[in-house]
Write a new protein. Sequence first.
Length: 421
Amino acid sequence: MNRPCCVVAALLLCASLGLADGDSLTFEDFERLSRAASPRVAALRAEVAAAQAALDQARVADGPQLLFDLSGGWVSRTQEMDLPTGSLRFGDGRSADASLGLGWTLWSGGGRQAGELAARARLGARRAEEEADSLALGHELRAFFLRALMAREARQAAQVALDRLQRHVKEVELRQSQGMGTAEAVLAARSRLLQARQEMASRDAVERQARQELGSLAGRPQWAPLVSGSLEHSLSNGDNTARPLANLLALDARVRAARSLVDQRAAGLRPRVDGSAAWHVARPGVDPIDNRWMGYGTLGLRLRWTLWDRGLARQRVAEASHEARALDARRAEAERQAALALVQARDQVETYEEELRLSRERCRVEGQRADLMETRWRAGAATEKEWLDTHDDLRLAELEQGLAAARLRLAENRLLAAAGF
């Protein structure tokens, strides 16, 4: 499926889901749209179909074949024999032959069986790779969606801080008009408000870009959907045990295919026996003296054994053996990396869980601090700078809480991938 077809499919799916430009997009909707718009999904399905066709081809290799053959020819001289009564000529130089024959391999040294096993293993590898890529695509899409949620949370935190500062500037200006505040306090509050607006503009741009990225992945580059979801919900499946990774299963199948390829090439060192049977309608046929059309049958056996080929067959076996050993080594390295990734992912989840707990506690403490500072400021017992600094600390704590939640969800997403889910 090419890119335009993928986009059309995504648009049709989007219409079937009833999603418009202003609607919120859940992760499930986003995943369905993105998978429909992803060319790599169609590519992997085609590769699996190609591997299935290769297996079907290996199953019928060296099997019976029904062949029709039609040939004709002419030679300028034919054999003649002098006899006492005259000369005898064998034919007139013209020949024609039409045959319907059946050929098959009686024994190929185990090459066909090994070829079928190799093709079956390659099909298993393709299917495992398709599953691995499907899981990887799901984790990648979830990471994009979580980043969009993180951008939304950061923007909302910036909006809360901006609203708080706007209210404060109005209060400071009112206090100045009543003779209870100074021009310096008003300017300090306005300066901090401008800073908050700058940060708000930056957060707006980051969120917009994240939404546009989601729209592009969903097959609609001009779409910037709103995201629906929360960073408070854990992604953990409640099961700490890992299951076999699809990419390792694919490598296992590749190793089996490589070993079968060694056996298939080793079969080239053994004899090969072919059989054939055919019915001919030919002129002159088996009687060149009579030189007329006739029908006759043939039956034959053929033994072929390569006695010397300058070591070509053995070199091909050696090449396949080295490739099998290389795949064995890659399988061992991939297993080591997968075990390390699982340990690190679990450690990251534990670390970010503690970080989120502490950030929530800090946010609660900063909120209490801000309330106490508000009371002191209204009573004239705190300066404008103290009020602004305290609320800056609260703003940073609120932002860090959202970021900590996002980091934890991303770590949980990596843990799911490392555990094979």
